[in-house]
Ligand binder design. Structure first.
Ligand SMILES: [Zn+2]
Length: 406
């Protein structure tokens, strides 16, 4: 009996000693890393003999720290915005114009970078939503409904009208392609549209286009907007696909159209997308074909993208600048956005009187200047600047933080 107890005690003591030794070792490793790191920061000529000896003694640590340094330099370089100078830009756009003219089936992929001129924050740019949230800052922005289609949106719409662009695949939820007048048949909004809510209980799915951001109450895995279908009474849901969700709605996602377009494409033009998300959608890239039979890739983006090495041409410029030059090369006039022709007003379903207070977001002002008759709650909302959630903010943060106990 006594012997058994002794064994128990000694096992415990042994385990404790082992744990202590491990802790001590980790501490000593950390000390070594700090020491070596300090020495490495000094220029070689300024290092004392002792310090040089430290480096010799801890060669593995030196190598590891150098590897880390390289990794962080590469990462920093990838986040930097690079601009081609005017001559470079002009000559690159000439090449792009040539490709656009001769393409049999040109498909355009767009990301947040094409909407920054409309004061919608992009995701991964220096002031992007993702970058800000990564740094633990809150995202504030002017009300997103104030945004209007940019030069790039209008150029794309025009290029489709001229039959030069066959399909547009967008990761943006801001609805600006639709509002530019681009036909919905040739548009795939892969991550949804912030102005559309749907009833999935109705068959076929019933769509309600609204004149305001429908996502103020929705977030990751919570898509109910609080309003109800006027036909069956079921709760409506937004169409947004958050990080980590799989989008299954036929419209406005239009995956079928996107996949068919990618399959037929001989040229793909990527505008203002970091491609970090798009690259994961295998069907967009024809990677199952040999490299010489894949569509030729043209990328316009200020930052590095994971497809840069596969691109025929990478243009480091702002989308609006590049598109203006492109249209000039093609001798096509850029149409000006006109609110009177914005299709959203004819597509929209007005709220029922009892639903009037179901939305606090600003409503897109109708072209005939009826904004004066907005309910008071919405006028107040116009003054609010911090956007709490919905299609980005809240949904994004829910995905990263553990849910608060409610
Ligand atoms: Zn319904």
């Amino acid at each position: 009996m006594a012997e058994e107890a002794d064994t128990g005690v000694s096992v415990r003591t042994e385990r404790k000693a082992l744990e202590k030794a491990k802790i001590l070792q980790r501490e000593s490793e950390r000390r070594t890393f700090r020491l070596v790191g300090r020495v490495l920061k000094k220029p070689e000529a300024e290092r004392s003999e002792e310090e040089a000896a430290v480096l010799l003694l801890h060669r593995e640590t030196v190598e590891e720290l150098c590897r880390r340094q390289v990794r962080s330099t590469v990462l920093k370089r990838k986040q930097e915005e690079v601009f081609d100078d005017a001559d470079q830009l002009r000559s690159k756009v000439r090449q792009l114009a040539d490709a656009v003219k001769h393409a049999k089936h040109l498909v355009v992929y767009t990301g947040a970078g094409i909407s920054t001129a409309a004061s919608i924050p992009d995701y991964r740019g220096p002031n992007g939503v993702w970058t800000q949230l990564q740094k633990g800052r809150t995202v504030s922005s002017s009300d997103l409904s104030k945004a209007e289609p940019t030069v790039t949106h209008m150029c794309i719409k025009m290029l489709h009208k001229e039959t030069l662009v066959k399909h547009v695949v967008s990761q943006n939820c801001d609805g600006l392609h639709l509002r530019s007048g681009l036909s919905r048949q040739v548009l795939s909004e892969l991550h949804g549209n912030m102005f559309i809510e749907v009833c999935t209980s109705c068959s076929p799915v019933r769509e309600y286009v609204r004149l305001f951001d429908v996502t103020e109450r929705t977030s990751l895995h919570r898509h109910g907007t609080g309003r109800r279908c006027s036909h069956c009474g079921s709760e409506l849901r937004d169409t947004i696909v958050h990080f980590g969700e799989r989008g299954t709605l036929e419209q406005p996602l239009n995956w079928k159209g996107a996949a068919e377009a990618a399959n037929m494409a001989d040229v793909i033009l990527c505008l203002g997308s970091s491609l970090k998300v798009l690259k994961k959608y295998a069907c967009l890239w024809s990677m199952n074909r040999p490299a010489n039979r894949r569509p030729k890739l043209y990328i316009v983006n200020l930052q590095w993208t994971p497809k840069d090495d596969l691109a025929v041409l990478k243009i480091n410029g702002k989308c609006d600048d590049v598109m203006r030059l492109l249209m000039e090369e093609l001798s096509i006039q850029i149409p000006v956005y006109d609110r009177l022709e914005d299709p959203i007003f004819s597509l929209a379903t007005p709220l029922l009187p009892e639903e009037d207070d179901s939305c606090t977001r600003e409503v897109i002002a109708p072209p005939n200047g009826q904004e004066e008759s907005l309910p008071d709650c919405r006028k107040q909302a116009e003054e609010a600047t911090a956007v709490q959630g919905g299609w980005f903010g809240r949904g994004y943060r829910k995905g990263r933080k553990k849910k608060k106990a409610s």
